[in-house]
Ligand binder design. Sequence first.
Ligand SMILES: N[C@@H](CCC(=O)N[C@@H](CS)C(=O)NCC(=O)O)C(=O)O
Length: 232
Amino acid sequence: MITLHQFAPAFGLPNASPFCMKLETYLRMVGLPYELENSGNVLKAPKGKLPWIDDAGTVVADTSLIIEHLKARYGDPLDAALTPLQRACATAFQRLFEEDLYWAVVQTRWIEDAGWLKTREAFFGAMPVPLRWILPPLARRGLRSEMHGHGMGRHDAAQIHAIGCRDVTAVADFLADKPFMLGDAPSSLDATAHAFLANLLWAPVDSPIQRHARTRPTLEAYCQRMKARYFA
Ligand SMILES: N[C@@H](CCC(=O)N[C@@H](CS)C(=O)NCC(=O)O)C(=O)O
């Protein structure tokens, strides 16, 4: 049995962490049975980040490495038939979501005060005192420092919003009216796309990036389609 270690669900989403939601979406897409361990304890995570899995004694961290492990052990029903061009597009869009749009959304959730109030409640609200008081400022400071190290944190808020909006435009233009990111059939890229887009569209964190995403109805329709298919 696969145990998926992640944060507890929040924001009305399977997970307020797009990386945790990506992995759970992938597991559902390929039909692998799993059990959830929602403690959200990053101190126990092998690489200090969630999610990670324990697959019958094999511990793997990082969603991309986990998916590689699952493909190697259980087969690859989603991506095996992709063309080199589709693989190239999948890699490029995965990087857009995970290495760029993610940090723009971190800005709106963790750095900007209005978003931070919602994020603090979602991630730490259920914790007992004094953890509920001690952890939020430490985590926020950590995210600020990570954003600075990444480079995104060196831009001002308007510049970060503009970067996020450009990412959203690229996704919406590429998706166009296709049912899935790479065409008529789902691929593992859809686990990433669904998790990051649903987190952007549906989390109760207003931002220029969210407002921009909501101007593109195909993104909402795509997320509803994925939700109906895999989270009904
Ligand atoms: N590259 C990692 C990224 C995972 C990640 O950034 N997880 C965040 C939650 S969205 C986390 O655990 N952050 C806790 C921390 O940095 O302390 C993956 O694909 O799994």
